[in-house]
Design a protein around this ligand. Structure first.
Ligand SMILES: Nc1ncnc2c1ncn2[C@@H]1O[C@H](COP(=O)(O)OP(=O)(O)OP(=O)(O)O)[C@@H](O)[C@H]1O
Length: 715
């Protein structure tokens, strides 16, 4: 479409004496344009207004006449309510961005016309480009780069570097497998954000003719901001295409959805892209309100998303037309019998062959190509049941309707992170509590303990509370608010102790988790990899410890076989004298736990019985009451519990004064026991290397000698 513009009719404005008497130095005259036309659907209105308003000529110091535009009075004095609202929104969007960066951005946006700030802005941009040179060549929007630079992400991680070139082009589906904590979230987050910005640019450009749009981009970019992407983004924010649902990101757990939402929001801080999160366990009205703002990206768990789609949410009615679909932890999400809602959703997404073809899919997991041995009983019946990695991938592709993806697998042979140190303790079932408490006391630091069942989490939470370890439980039967609260507390406390089921096994990124303890051996190797992956993230060191009871040895050996461990995991060193002390404390705590449980049960039954008697309007003699409901029995139990509690308090107090704290990884290394130890290579990345035993033992002793003896800080 050829666009005609009538904008050549400038007329001089008669200057009044009054204006001249005010002494505008160098003013030669003012010109006004009255005849111009804005074609319908023209996205360049805002620019036309700027160019076609009143202008005045000024004699500059060097004697040249310059044409300057006059700023509308109300603009300079008081922003219109609409403008105010936009500013407020921007402020809101950039929440979480540092003040300094906000300052830089404000400078960029609003002081762009002054030549001083022009120089300053250019230096900021070139500084940014220098700092982020490792990302050069990928063509990522500068507004995204700026957000990455503020987080200190000066170079892409391996999975990002290998997937981004294809992903950013927007056509190729990506299947990515990389170790835990290697930045997979941004490996799909950056392309989705970048593509949405590109789509916006495209849609705003194609409102007018291609040529005009190009010149418009040139004009606006040079005039208003050197950050073309961001400015185009801001302009196109005002056109109707903005309110489309463009992308869906699905995660298996609520906590992970909230975390992914946070990561994407930070990366999108300097764009106008709106991102909402939709998860179960929270008020659906609030989530409907968020969706009514028409976010372009929705991060969700399948259950609540499906619920809202079925309720006919208007924004989600576009779900069949989304252009980007990311499924985090895909292997878990597509497991049979787990997320039926996801399969329902895929039916909608794949119903229209054309839309399916236009959609870009992102499939990521640390165990995308990992296959575990089926249980022995199943194995015996059918040897074919064990999939090959290729078959596992093919199944995922079939379920998602993907045909020609780019597959990037940068997982190591070990399956776990290169910076992870592994160890085990083999002990009797009833000894696990001793070893667990020993480890917590001896090796403080942010620790995550995994159990296979909710009942186990509950029992341990009770026991560790009596031992004053302040554990934070996290499992699926808890109220969502409490789950999030406990996770936040864990994040905040450098000595935090999170007791969780597998609900916390995948994806959670809590910086500084030093230890992961498997109180029970996980039943699949995938589970072991993901649980262990909560530590040793982003090139940091971490330790994972398996507590294995005799009944679990078969699971343990299967795990080692699947993960290609040719040798047993090293035994974690334990000091027997300290273990003996810890044992006494745990035994006392267990006895106290039993007494308290009995007293609670007694109280509950007495309460229930007397309530029933009252309701039936009956009276009963004391000797007729059942034995366990005897009031004296209950008070006896309470007395015993109080005495035991005092005894335990005294014991904990005395022994804590004699307990040293040591780094678990160092202790394992100094015992000369490490099979593998992470070391930094030339590139700064960690790699696994065999130990020089003497050297390590020496260093360990040195460390021990220099470490100050500290009483445990806890309590
Ligand atoms: N380019 C980068 N440079 C430095 N750190 C990064 C980079 N990209 C991501 N990170 C950080 O690395 C950490 C781990 O990232 P992320 O949670 O995406 O890992 P993941 O591979 O998805 O892990 P998991 O498999 O456990 O889900 C995060 O704290 C993230 O902010």
């Amino acid at each position: 479409m050829v666009r005609k513009r009538k904008c050549a009719d400038w007329k001089p404005v008669q200057l009044t004496e009054n204006l001249i008497s005010k002494g505008i130095e160098g003013l030669v005259g003012i010109e006004e344009l009255n005849t111009y036309e804005i074609l319908p659907g023209d996205t360049r209105r805002s620019v036309c207004k700027k160019k076609f308003g009143k202008s005045f000529s000024v004699l500059s110091a060097d004697g040249n006449v310059q044409l300057k535009s006059e700023k509308r009075k109300e603009d300079s004095i008081q922003p219109s309510p609409k403008r105010k609202k936009v500013n407020h929104k921007r402020k809101h969007r950039r929440k979480g961005v540092t003040d300094k960066s906000r300052e830089v951005l404000e400078t960029d946006k609003y002081e762009a016309q002054s030549s001083d700030s022009e120089v300053e802005r250019k230096s900021v941009s070139s500084e940014l480009l220098d700092k982020m040179s490792a990302w050069n060549g990928l063509g990522i929007s500068s507004s995204i780069l700026r957000a990455l630079s503020e987080q200190g992400f000066v170079e892409p991680t391996e999975i990002q570097a290998k997937t981004l070139p294809a992903a950013l082009l927007g056509r190729r589906d990506i299947l990515g497998a990389a170790e835990t904590g290697s930045g997979k979230t941004l490996a799909f987050g950056i392309p989705i954000l970048h593509r949405i910005l590109e789509d916006k640019k495209w849609s705003s450009v194609h409102k007018g003719s291609t040529n005009d749009a190009e010149s418009y981009q040139k004009d606006t970019v040079s005039e208003d901001c050197d950050d073309g992407d961001q400015f185009m983004d801001d302009v196109s924010f005002r056109v109707a295409a903005e309110s489309k649902l463009c992308a869906l990101v699905l995660t298996p757990t609520r906590e992970l959805a909230l975390q992914v939402h946070k990561h994407l929001t930070v990366a999108a801080a300097y764009t106008s892209i709106k991102i909402a999160v939709v998860v179960g366990g929270m008020a659906s009205q609030k989530q409907e309100r968020l969706l009514s703002r028409r976010p372009q990206i929705v991060v969700a768990t399948p259950g609540r998303l499906w619920e809202l789609i079925q309720d006919g949410n208007p924004h989600l009615s576009q779900v069949g037309s989304i252009k980007y679909l990311a499924i985090d932890e895909t292997d878990r999400m597509l497991e049979k019998g787990h997320f039926q809602e996801l399969h329902n959703l895929l039916e909608i997404l794949n119903a229209d062959e054309n839309k399916k073809r236009l959609r870009q899919n992102f499939v990521f997991s640390a165990t995308l190509t990992m296959v575990h041995e089926p249980p022995r009983r199943v194995n015996r019946q059918n040897k074919q049941l064990r999939l090959t990695p290729g078959q596992k991938l093919q199944n995922i592709m079939t379920m998602l309707g993907i045909t020609n993806p780019k597959v990037v697998d940068v997982t190591k042979e070990s399956g776990t992170a290169g910076t992870l140190t592994e160890a085990r303790i083999i002990c009797a079932f009833e000894e696990k509590d001793f070893y667990l408490y020993y480890f917590i006391q001896r090796h403080q630091g942010r620790t995550l303990i995994f159990c296979n069942s909710i009942s186990c989490v509950r029992r341990l939470a009770q026991l560790l509370t009596l031992l004053r370890c302040r554990p934070l439980p996290l499992h699926a039967n808890m109220m969502q608010r409490q789950r999030l609260k406990n996770l936040d507390r864990f994040r905040e406390d450098p000595h935090g102790l999170l007791l969780a089921t597998d609900v916390a096994a995948r994806g959670l990124d809590v910086p500084g988790v030093q230890h992961v303890i498997h109180y029970q051996v996980p039943r699949t190797s995938e589970s072991y990899v993901h649980r262990s992956g909560r530590t040793a993230r982003a090139q940091k060191e971490g330790l994972t410890l398996l507590l294995v009871e005799p009944a679990e040895v078969s699971y343990y050996t299967r795990l080692c076989r699947t993960l290609g461990r040719r040798k047993d995991l090293p035994v974690f060193p334990v000091e027997s004298d300290l273990l003996a002390i810890v044992k006494q404390q745990v035994i006392l705590a267990r006895e106290l736990d039993q007494l308290e449980l009995a007293a609670r049960r007694c109280n509950y039954e007495a309460g229930w019985f007397s309530k029933a008697l009252t309701e039936m309007d009956m009276l009963m003699d004391d000797e007729d009451l059942p034995k366990q409901i005897d009031d004296s029995e209950s008070s006896k139990l309470r007395r015993l519990a109080t005495a035991k509690r005092k005894q335990l308090t005294a014991l904990l107090h005395v022994h804590r004064q004699h307990c040293d704290v040591d780094n678990a990884v160092t202790v394992l290394q100094s015992a000369g026991n490490t099979r593998v130890r992470p070391q930094k290579d030339k590139t700064g990345f960690m790699k696994r290397k065999r130990n020089n035993k003497n050297k390590v033992a020496g260093r360990g002793l040195q460390h021990k000698a220099s470490s100050t003896t500290r009483a445990l800080a806890r309590n």
